[in-house]
Design a protein around this ligand. Structure first.
Ligand code: DGJ
Length: 742
């Protein structure tokens, strides 16, 4: 590692009228630049964020005063009236800060350059480091803040954003995700209007992506477009409560929208001890001039390369037992499902909830969380027996846990009532599934050891376990830690996630190759703060394929297909009565990390054969789907009757094109969808996957130029030619494109 002080080698230097030596700090990735003005003793300001600046461009910024403070602090001048990134209370009761540049340091690591701009308060020994990590090979800049108190007594942090970014006004549109349990990842797109403030926040305490999401995109050139236009994307990498704010000030001085992102400070004022440093979560920023899909590709590449656990390894095709049998199983049933998935070509079987419990057996969801011993009434041969079955069928075995929780009906709670979150004077307030669920207090190191032990004990006893589904089905509904002192109760939300992170770090240090899924009543943990410890997330408890088209579309804005568990469910399923044909369910599931969530025993031989064919074809396209670049083509949210997207391999020699009918009117006219992301000069041979039609498509086996496909797309029939009347509702197509020589 090469550490160099960057006081002299900054991108530009000039003398301002006031006599301050102004140094411009340019933080760059291959195609983007963030430019800051860092005059020693003066205010740190943001000059620019966008397309990469050339040396000539940099010169033009030398005397520029910039858009706004890089990290507005409450207390002086304009910052009293404006929104701020940081607000504190000093030991003497003073509420003000005036941060000025002290020094700038850069560090080169293997894959990135880290720039740390040290700010200090003009009056108090109080320091704020603004840190930026700019990657050399992906267009992401990670921004975070380190806040240090060198005063004689504790300072209270009332506001402590990770970062701030001014965004030039114009016709700027915001894209973000909203939803609810079973309807996660819904795309919302809205123009940023003068005078309006957009606040996107979460207060669940445990999980944070069922409703709002901690990621946004700004389309700078009017109504959002998928493959054109300038876009800034931002993702807060934090598993706990967050708050993103977009302020549009309407006065002479503000030609920009102010974007703040960080931990949600509501009920979380943080007492920073003398000599303590508070490190905020990272805000990952990206810029693309290739539209929303371009920003997504940047997030996906960075995610796979630097964030997601095992982001470089292809995922196994699995069968999960939950929607197949719920709590109602025994060893024979598990063995039968393993045999069936193995026969269909699957590679992994995951036993979901219901396998444990000593004094209280987990046959419903109201008991036994925390009592992680095998229920030998159901599974007389224990986990050993199941592992032996999996081995016999030539597949891997995975298991479900919910280690952060307990129930009022459990041996754990009987033994350790002091381990749960509980308001001391009002008594416990169980809730969640079964109405008896309680959240363990992860601020307590003993609880951290216990939670680590849940995974560690399983893995020590049964090292062949290949996969763990880690669930979390309850929010913090009862503010109170029995571990934290009375005057530190406002640290609860933050300490909970620090505790969780410590546990996850220990697990990953010991079991780096274990595949782990972050599940939280479905899609409650799709966040880049969680994913460094997990290989994937369960996108939703709703496996209804039509609704999944919408949810997965939204989720794909920030998360790659490799991380998005997407299963073929049964029909009707636990939530909907709709009977969607298997072909459509397969075609939707195959656009993410493919799995099944269905009892194979209830499938016909024909259905099993179709799944078998899909699994073998998914194995061919798996590298393209899981490691390729996404191009979203036709949005289901545009209500044009269909949705379409594609993945293209990094070398552009292979691609997979998906098309799903989303509205179901007879003789409806649907648009033909031009493709994107191909090499215009390459020739591609087309092959339909998961074909059910009696006749092949007219494009089957034909060769088209990339240029033609990107200008015109292909004419696809809106219906399947099997049984015209019955199959027309849920038509869908998956095409595999392979580059061929002339
Ligand atoms: C909620 C999860 O989202 C489901 O997939 C399943 O694992 C259940 N919990 C089991 O209780």
């Amino acid at each position: 590692m090469n550490l160099k002080k960057l006081m002299t080698s900054l991108a530009g230097m000039c003398l301002l009228a006031g006599g301050l030596l102004a140094q411009n700090v340019c933080v760059s990735t291959p195609n983007t630049s963030l430019l800051l003005k860092a005059p020693k003793g003066g205010e740190l300001r943001i000059l620019y964020y966008g397309q990469k600046l050339t040396d000539a461009d940099l010169k033009t910024f030398e005397a520029d005063w910039g858009m706004d403070a890089a990290y507005p602090a409450y207390g002086q001048d304009w910052n009293c009236m404006k929104e701020t990134a940081i607000a504190v209370k000093h030991p003497d009761g003073n509420l003000t800060l005036q941060l000025v540049v002290d020094e700038v340091l850069t560090t080169d690591t293997d894959h990135a350059t880290e720039t740390c701009i040290r700010l200090k308060d003009k009056l108090y020994p109080f320091y704020v480091n603004l840190c930026y990590r700019a990657y050399n090979d992906v267009d992401i800049i990670e921004a975070w803040t380190e806040i240090t108190n060198c005063e004689k007594k504790p300072v209270v942090l009332n506001q402590f954003a990770s970062a701030y970014l001014p965004i030039r006004r114009g016709d700027v549109w915001l894209s973000h995700l909203y939803g609810s349990w079973a309807n996660e990842g819904q795309l919302v797109q809205e123009p940023l209007m003068p005078g309006a403030t957009v606040v996107i926040k979460d207060k669940d305490g445990v999980r944070n992506s069922h409703a709002a999401h901690a990621e946004v995109m700004f389309s700078l050139d009017g109504r959002p477009r998928e493959n054109e236009g300038r876009v800034i994307g931002a993702a807060l990498c934090y598993g706990g409560n967050y708050k993103l704010r977009v302020e549009t000030y309407d006065n002479d001085f503000h030609d920009f929208h102010g974007f703040f992102a960080g931990i949600n400070e509501e009920n979380s004022a943080y007492t920073l001890e003398k000599d303590e440093t508070f490190v905020t979560p990272v805000l990952a920023l990206t810029y693309s001039n290739e539209g929303l899909s371009g920003a997504s590709r940047n997030f996906h590449r960075w995610g796979r390369e630097y964030k997601l656990a095992n982001g470089d390894k292809l995922r196994k095709i699995l069968l999960n037992s939950w929607e197949a049998v719920y709590f109602d199983f025994n060893q024979e049933i598990m063995d039968q499902m393993m045999a069936d998935i193995a026969e269909m070509g699957g590679e992994l079987f995951v036993m979901d909830d219901g396998w444990f419990g000593g004094k209280y057996k987990r046959n419903t969801d109201n008991c036994a969380l925390g009592d992680w011993v095998v229920n030998t009434e159901k599974l007389p041969e224990g986990i050993e027996g199941l592992l032996a079955d999996a081995k016999k069928h030539g597949i891997k075995f995975g298991i479900w846990i919910e280690p952060e929780m307990t129930n009022t009906i459990s041996e754990l709670y009987e033994k350790h009532p002091d381990w749960v979150l509980e308001e001391p004077h009002r008594g416990i307030l169980p809730g969640g599934r079964g109405g008896t669920q309680l959240v363990l207090d992860l601020s307590n190191p003993e609880v951290q050891d216990f939670v680590f032990g849940v995974v560690d004990n399983l893995m020590t006893k049964y090292p062949e376990i290949d996969y763990i589904k880690w669930d979390a089905n309850m929010s913090i509904t009862n503010h109170g830690s029995q571990y934290l002192p009375a005057d530190r109760q406002s640290h609860l939300y933050i300490e909970y996630h620090r505790g969780l992170e410590k546990v996850c770090q220990r697990i990953r240090a010991k079991y780096p190759n274990l595949t782990m899924q972050a599940c939280a009543s479905g899609g409650g943990r799709a966040n880049w703060g969680i994913l460094p410890y997990f290989d994937e997330f369960w996108a939703s408890d709703n496996t209804d394929a039509l609704q999944r088209v919408y949810m997965q579309w939204g989720t794909s804005y920030f998360f790659p297909a490799i991380a998005m568990a997407s299963h073929i469910g049964g029909v009707p399923n636990q939530l909907t009565f709709r009977v969607i044909p298997l072909k459509y369910r397969i075609d939707v599931a195959m656009s993410g990390r493919l799995g099944l969530e269905i009892q194979p025993k209830n499938m016909t031989d024909e259905e099993k054969a179709l799944c078998k064919q899909a699994i073998s074809e998914y194995k061919i396209i798996r590298p393209v789907v899981q490691q390729g670049d996404i191009y979203r083509l036709l949005s289901p949210y545009d209500k044009l009757g269909a949705a379409s997207l594609m993945y293209v391999s990094p070398t552009k020699d292979k691609a997979v094109f998906y098309w799903w009918k989303t509205e179901h009117f007879m003789n409806q006219h649907l648009p033909r969808v031009p493709m994107a992301g191909l090499d215009a000069n390459k020739l591609y041979k087309v092959h339909e996957l998961n074909r059910i039609d009696n006749e092949p498509l007219s494009c089957e086996g034909k060769v088209y130029s990339g240029a033609y496909l990107m200008a015109n797309g292909l004419e696809l029939p809106y219906n399947h030619k099997v049984d015209y009347q019955k199959q027309s509702d849920y038509a869908s197509r998956v095409l595999y494109l392979e580059a061929v020589e002339d």
